[in-house]
Ligand binder design. Structure first.
Ligand code: 13P
Length: 251
């Protein structure tokens, strides 16, 4: 299973910055170590210019989509529109969507199933809040999110079409990266769930870590058991920093 090194720009970058970055990332992707792949989750407005500049070696994804083919959903974007802009991937369940926009597991579940059935690959983000962790609820929260968010996903989903990003809410944008033991514990919970939920394929699905990943800590994180890549926010905004993350630990 190859590592997936993914950038999530969140609500950053206008067209000119996006184009420059995408050109640089495309160059980097020409000489990737054979054990890894790169994906970029860009804002909707920058998707087309990214698609035009990335080339085939970098996967492009939207940060969100609405679970309907089309219709009267002002301000929303369908999976088909993402495909039309050159996307192969979409994020679902990011903690910022959950906490700022009130998305719950039932809605995220619809989104995952609809996006997959539309032909997008889904990177589902889950993670506990600090107060949940402090109450010893890590496993409960992760399993509740996974079971709700994946409830309508067919058992036969391809292992390449679905990946999970473990992003502890307290580590996102805080500079406070989870300790190795925390990441190992959470990823083991997720792996066990995936193996139960998708008996044939769960062991082959990628589990990424996200939350204050930096060039300085990426190598240690991707060396951990059951860590199959990273999802990077702040440190992905500069191409130099993200390039160092993409190449992290590569001898
Ligand atoms: P940071 O890397 O800025 O902590 O953000 C992580 C994240 O939310 C990626 O989706």
């Amino acid at each position: 299973m190859k590592l997936l090194m993914a950038a999530n720009w969140k609500m950053f970058k206008k067209l000119d910055e996006a184009a420059l970055y995408a050109k640089e990332l495309a160059k980097l992707a020409q000489n990737l170590p054979p054990d890894r792949e790169v994906a970029l989750f860009a804002p909707f407005t920058a998707l087309r210019v990214c698609a035009d500049n990335l080339g085939a070696s970098v996967a492009l994804g939207g940060q969100n989509c609405y679970p309907a083919a089309q219709g009267a959903f002002t301000g929303e974007i369908s999976p088909d529109m993402l495909l039309d802009c050159g996307c192969s991937h979409v994020l679902a369940g990011h903690s910022e969507r959950r906490s700022i926009f009130g998305e719950d597991d039932a809605f995220i579940g619809k989104k995952c199933a609809f996006a997959l059935s539309s032909g997008l690959k889904v990177l589902l983000c889950i993670g506990e809040r600090l107060e949940e962790r402090d109450k010893g609820l890590l496993k409960t929260v992760l399993e509740r999110q996974l079971s709700g968010d994946l409830s309508a996903v067919p058992d036969t989903v391809s292992d390449g079409d679905l990946a999970i990003a473990y992003e502890p809410v307290w580590a996102i944008g805080t500079g406070r990266v989870a300790k190795a033991a925390d990441i190992l514990e959470a990823h083991a919970v997720i792996r066990a769930f995936l193996e139960r939920r998708f008996p044939a394929l769960g062991k082959k699905m990628r589990i990424l870590y996200g939350g204050s990943v930096k060039p300085e800590n990426a190598a240690e994180i991707i060396a951990l058991d059951n860590v199959n890549g990273v999802l990077v926010g702040g440190a992905s905004l500069q191409i130099d920093g993200f390039s160092r993350i993409v190449l992290a630990g590569n001898a």
